[in-house]
Design a protein around this ligand. Structure first.
Ligand code: SAH
Length: 225
């Protein structure tokens, strides 16, 4: 990990500067992201402080990057698309994120939502995310180490749930912890490599599910390590 103080990395010039971030936002707009709140939130979060220093110069590229423990930070478009689905036409409210990873998407969510809980099953990543997020001082973000497939009963119900790892089926606990009118966005695996983003809404008379874009996420795994 980096030995450069986080504050200095955040003020970095060149490839990690505010201008580079602004170009990423323009690119997302060109790719079809229209939700202003999502673009503003992504413009506010320094993505390069969430990856290893050796990769920081690539942080704003349209690519996934390794974050340790065999996991990846999603490419910017994937983050923008998921969050746009979550907030379109509504407020995000109280949010649960399953799969903190490096903490980047959690930081973006914290700009958008009233309250965010983010849970990670790999201790090494949960600890690193905490260190990455510390300089941002996000008072409305809580990090939890645990198996997010069980949701987070202690803080339920949630207006929004977003899952950053793909499962063959929607975990029942997540449906149960979704508030009335709530929205769940997650990648669902169908077969060996195919995945689709699913948007699930809890209506008065049940759950409505929509299958959307083909995507590629790491698998949702059980237990902690
Ligand atoms: N949102 C993250 C993406 C990380 S990749 C970011 O911005 O970096 C998905 C993460 O989901 C990985 O860190 C993986 O360890 C985690 N994950 C997989 N299954 C999980 C589970 N059951 N509970 C919590 N986290 C899980």
């Amino acid at each position: 990990m980096s030995v450069v103080p986080a504050a200095r990395r955040m003020n970095g010039s060149g490839l990690t500067s505010e201008r580079t971030r602004a170009r990423m936002i323009e690119r997302l707009r060109a790719e079809g992201i229209v939700e202003a709140r999502v673009l503003a939130a992504m413009a506010a979060v320094p993505r390069h402080i969430f990856v290893d220093e050796a990769l920081a110069h690539r942080a704003y590229e349209e690519t996934a990057l390794p974050i340790g423990a065999g996991q990846f930070i999603s490419r910017p478009y994937a983050v923008a698309r998921v969050l746009e689905l979550l907030v379109a036409g509504r407020e995000a409210g109280r949010v649960l994120e399953v799969g903190t990873g490096c903490g980047y998407q959690a930081a973006v969510l914290a700009q958008l939502a009233a309250e965010v809980y983010s849970i990670e099953r790999i201790r090494e990543l949960a600890e690193r995310a905490r260190a990455n997020l510390r300089p941002l001082r996000l008072a409305n973000l809580r990090l939890v180490y645990g198996d997010g497939a069980n949701g987070l009963a202690a803080a339920a119900p949630f207006d929004s749930i977003v899952v950053a790892a793909a499962a063959p089926q929607v975990p029942q606990a997540l449906l149960a912890q979704l508030a009335p009118g709530g929205r769940l966005v997650l990648p669902l695996a169908s077969g060996r490599s195919a995945q689709r983003l699913a948007l699930i809404e809890r209506r008065r008379n049940g759950f409505v599910e929509k299958a959307l874009d083909p995507v590629r996420f790491v698998p949702l795994k059980a237990g902690t390590r």
